[in-house]
Design a protein. Structure first.
Length: 201
């Protein structure tokens, strides 16, 4: 989305970047909340049917965290369920900025309706279900969607073709760092999960 929604592009389409970006962030937060509601409802149903103990929840979470970390560290996260589609960029030529901004945001905020590039997303969905609480799951989802949607603000200074080119060059530079960040985040989640499981046992 950073390559499609920026001041230079929105100006060329006679749209307001602030309005489009605002709709994107709002839509992403809503999409995340929807994911949390679905995962949370599943988690509540599981809790009602199986009544798992805190120990069981902690062990399952730790197990998923270990698997997610191993796949991320070896660049094999594609072995986990994913989608082959991305957002429909044809919307940009067909709708107003706030429509495609909000629509793209909702899809990306939902997390699992487009290509999943990191196993952190899978682990988050597992955490939502294991929480066994609809409000907590929705809070997790909304936070995820809000943070993901706000990445569009990184493009707020792109007001010319040259700045767009420079921006893409910086993105390529940060690609390796983002992978390292994902692995570090999963390592932290794994450590917390294992500590929780050990303490519960």
């Amino acid at each position: 989305m950073l390559s499609s929604i920026h001041p230079f592009g929105e100006r060329s389409r006679d749209n307001s970047f602030a309005r489009t970006a605002g709709a994107h962030v709002f839509g992403s937060a809503l999409g995340g909340a929807a994911l949390g509601a679905i995962a949370g409802a599943i988690g509540v149903a599981i809790s009602w049917l199986l009544d798992p103990s805190d120990t069981s929840r902690a062990v399952v979470m730790a197990g998923f965290a270990v698997v997610a970390l191993a796949l991320e560290a070896t660049s094999r996260q594609s072995l986990l369920p994913t989608r082959s589609r991305q957002v429909n960029e044809n919307w940009i030529q067909s709708y107003r900025g706030w429509v495609y901004g909000g629509g793209f945001g909702a899809e990306l905020g939902f997390g699992i309706s487009t290509i999943i590039t990191t196993s952190l997303v899978h682990l988050m969905v597992v955490a939502m279900m294991l929480a066994g609480s609809l409000p907590i799951a929705m809070l997790l989802g909304t936070t995820f969607g809000l943070v993901r949607g706000m990445t569009v603000l990184a493009a707020r200074s792109i007001d010319s073709p040259e700045r767009l080119r420079q921006f893409h060059q910086r993105l390529d530079t940060y690609r390796a760092r983002s992978r390292s960040g994902a692995v570090a985040s999963l390592a932290l989640a794994t450590a917390v999960g294992l500590a929780g499981a050990t303490g519960a046992l």
